[in-house]
Write a protein that binds this ligand. Structure first.
Ligand SMILES: [Zn+2]
Length: 715
């Protein structure tokens, strides 16, 4: 495929019907897309017309007779592509949250076109010459730039180089083909994964097998079965290997079936098998990296991240892995004692339970619950009535944002979301004395799971904050909380509480952005930095003042007993061996697939699982009781989306997070003054400067790993 012929062909086709609701900027407050008017059939023509309009704008910049200036080149590029941005942003928000076969088809068609579109811009030598002339003038001292403009220019030059502007014409063609094939493979991976997850759901027809499951989870499973016209109870899959229901199901046989179905996803040999795709992806990414002069894909990724090199990533992972696995083994031996004590004399046929002294992966969280109950007297089922969604949001998540940043929230039932589940909140900044509240942006909340939504939790931006474009931010949070039966309150488990705080931390990064250029807005930072503010925000779920405020019994209004809170705080470190190990195993798998030269990537689908096993063994994280958080065949972060060779980012970010939690503690904790410093020095800066410089500005020094090791009990 060549982009030149596409241009001509689609250019003729690209007149957009003005009645298309994406054709003009939305009239709704903050430019919220008008989802009440947008239909599936509006996306593709708007995106195609958006690409054509963007190409025309870029052509005008590239062929301008004037010498390049910041205004006519850098700013003009930032202003260009608004129709495309509007349409693609709305589309890519809806795709994972409320997918339909039609949207998936559109994605498969447009993803390669979008990749080619982006390539065509970054491989335009006329445009590059103009940008380079600015970079040369800045380097020679004849052009003075504001710091954010200088950073924009530096990053743009890197983007051109990484797109292959310096390659021969033939190599550029190869690279273009690789990019477009990779993008379309990623889309297919995501599509197969969703279908495979639905296929892997475990149908239970004998109610007795559901012993231990909470009444709401049971009702949810019932509703899930009904929604698919099935009799019984359907246990749907969450994205990760470990399934939450495993903590409460008393039936070892059912636990084993759930675990097996979860771990087999993508490797079942049918239509939804992902092995062929992931092998091709690993190979093509390696080819792409080598073409650009990097040893492998992981090196290519690290170079543009805050990590800098693969060696730095490997060193960090290697430093953590042995301590984490040792902790997990200690935890396993504690769990095995419980298991051995409860073991029947004869093993149950086909139960999947492990022998004496060991713990099967399927049994881990059930036994873990037993140990937590015994040791900490904590019981998820007893906690849940104190963790009601509305209270956690208003008296927890929003309250922390109010105390730290002065933000307030008002629900806007008059504004439409993209699905009836979506709630829209207007966010207000603290008013100046004597002034009315200033609207800061919109926060959309989409908390419930549904068949059309991908697994996991994430934040997205619908409108990027930018002073240049006069845009205020519109952001969205997605979770996968199981909907309770009609009329019942939504009661959470503790993990879901921290996830709410986590995703809202990303939302704050978007909402509190104060940058000029839209491409530097909020969360537009390297991926090994982007998890940092969200992880910091998790700390407020544990803050006694906040916890006491939201942890109130939904029916009686009584606060959670103080001794439970103390016990929860005491129990935090328990289970870190498991969670660090399952995470590191996944991060190491990601590095293993992406630290290969093209010729070293296995070629047969039968080799995928053995490669995975060998990689885990080589890194010392092959502990059967604790499988990787994601196995290769359903590792959507790295094969379906943009986290390839970047899954390490969470722990990299956590180093910054743990160090920042110490900074808060040293400075008096939850105060407006601290919130203000974190907001101004860090959140507001977005991607307008080197993010590590923002961190150092806040912390007064470079990051220290010690607080993380201490927090995770790995010191
Ligand atoms: Zn996150």
């Amino acid at each position: 495929m060549t982009s030149a012929s596409d241009t001509t062909f689609q250019g003729a086709d690209a007149v957009l019907d003005p009645a298309n609701p994406l054709a003009a900027p939305s009239d709704l407050p903050y430019g919220l897309p008008d989802f009440s008017a947008i239909r599936e059939e509006h996306y593709e023509p708007a995106i195609v017309a958006g690409m054509a309009a963007h190409r025309a704008e870029v052509e005008a910049i590239a062929t301008s007779p004037e010498p390049a200036t910041v205004e006519n080149t850098l700013e003009a590029l930032e202003r260009a592509g608004q129709l495309l941005g509007r349409a693609a942003t709305a589309f890519y928000n809806q795709l994972p949250s409320d997918s339909t076969p039609g949207l998936e088809d559109i994605q498969e068609r447009i993803a390669p076109q979008l990749a080619a579109h982006q390539d065509a811009i970054l491989m335009d030598p006329r445009l590059f010459a103009r940008v380079k002339s600015l970079a040369d003038a800045a380097a020679a001292g004849t052009l003075a730039l504001e710091p954010d403009t200088a950073y924009l220019l530096e990053k743009l030059m890197t983007q051109f180089e990484r797109a292959g502007i310096a390659l021969s014409d033939a190599d550029q063609d190869t690279l273009r083909d690789l990019n477009s094939r990779i993008t379309s493979l990623q889309a297919s991976f995501g599509r197969k994964l969703l279908a495979g997850a639905n296929e892997a759901s475990v149908l239970v027809t004998d109610e007795a097998e559901l012993a231990g499951l909470s009444p709401d989870a049971k009702a949810g499973a019932r509703a899930a079965a009904e929604a698919r016209g099935q009799e019984g109870w359907l246990l749907e899959m969450q994205l990760f290997t470990h399934q939450n229901v495993l903590a409460s199901l008393a039936d070892a046989g059912l636990r084993a079936r759930v675990q097996e179905a979860s771990a087999a996803r993508g490797a079942t040999g049918g239509e939804n098998d992902t092995r062929e795709i992931l092998l091709e992806l690993a190979r093509l990414r390696a080819e792409q990296a080598q073409l650009l002069g990097y040893e492998h894909h992981a090196a290519y990724i690290a170079a543009d991240a805050t990590a800098g090199t693969t060696a730095a990533v490997n060193e960090m992972l290697a430093r953590l892995a042995p301590a984490a696995v040792a902790n997990a083994r200690r935890e396993a031996s504690e769990l095995a004692k419980v298991s051995d004590a409860a073991r029947r004399p004869e093993p149950v046929e086909g139960s999947g339970s492990a022998g004496p002294g060991t713990v099967a992966a399927a049994d881990w969280s059930y036994l873990n619950e037993a140990v937590r109950k015994e040791r900490f007297n904590l019981d998820d089922a007893a906690l849940r009535p104190y963790l009601e969604l509305e209270r956690v949001v208003h008296d927890g998540v929003f309250k922390a944002a109010n105390l730290l940043f002065g933000l307030s929230f008002a629900e806007r039932a008059d504004l439409p979301g993209y699905h009836p589940d979506v709630r829209v909140f207007e966010v207000f900044d603290a008013p100046e004395p004597g002034e009315p509240n200033t609207g800061l942006g919109l926060f959309l909340a989409d908390w419930y799971t549904r068949e059309s939504k991908r697994g996991g939790a994430w934040m997205d931006s619908l409108v990027h904050q930018s002073h240049l474009l006069g845009q205020k931010p519109v952001v969205v949070n997605n979770l996968n909380i199981v909907r309770p039966p009609a009329g019942e309150p939504t009661l959470l488990v503790w993990d879901e509480v921290t996830t709410l705080f986590h995703e809202f931390g990303h939302a704050l990064h978007g909402l509190l952005s104060e940058v000029r250029y839209p491409s530097q807005s909020g969360t537009s930072v390297p991926r090994d930095f982007v998890e940092y503010p969200s992880q910091v925000n998790e700390m407020w779920s544990w803050e006694p003042e906040i916890l006491r405020s939201f942890a109130v019994h939904h029916a009686t209004g009584e606060p959670m007993p103080a001794e439970w809170v103390d016990t929860m705080l005491a129990s935090r470190i328990w289970g870190e061996g498991f969670s660090t190990t399952e995470y590191l195993a996944a991060a190491l798998l990601d590095q293993a697939w992406h630290q290969l030269a093209p010729s070293d990537v296995p070629t047969a689908v039968e080799d995928v699982l053995p490669f995975e096993a060998a990689a885990l063994a080589a890194a010392g994280v092959d502990f059967e009781s604790v499988p990787p958080r994601y196995r290769s065949t359903y590792f959507n972060h790295i094969f379906g989306g943009g986290y390839s060779a970047g899954y390490y980012s969470y722990i990299w970010s956590e180093v910054l997070d743990a160090d920042t939690v110490e900074w808060y503690a040293e400075n008096g904790g939850l105060t407006r003054e601290n919130g203000e410093a974190f907001r101004r020095k860090l959140l507001a800066r977005g991607g307008s400067q080197d993010p590590l410089a923002s961190f150092e500005d806040l912390r007064g020094r470079t990051a220290d790993i010690a607080p993380l090791l201490k927090r995770r009990g790995l010191a």
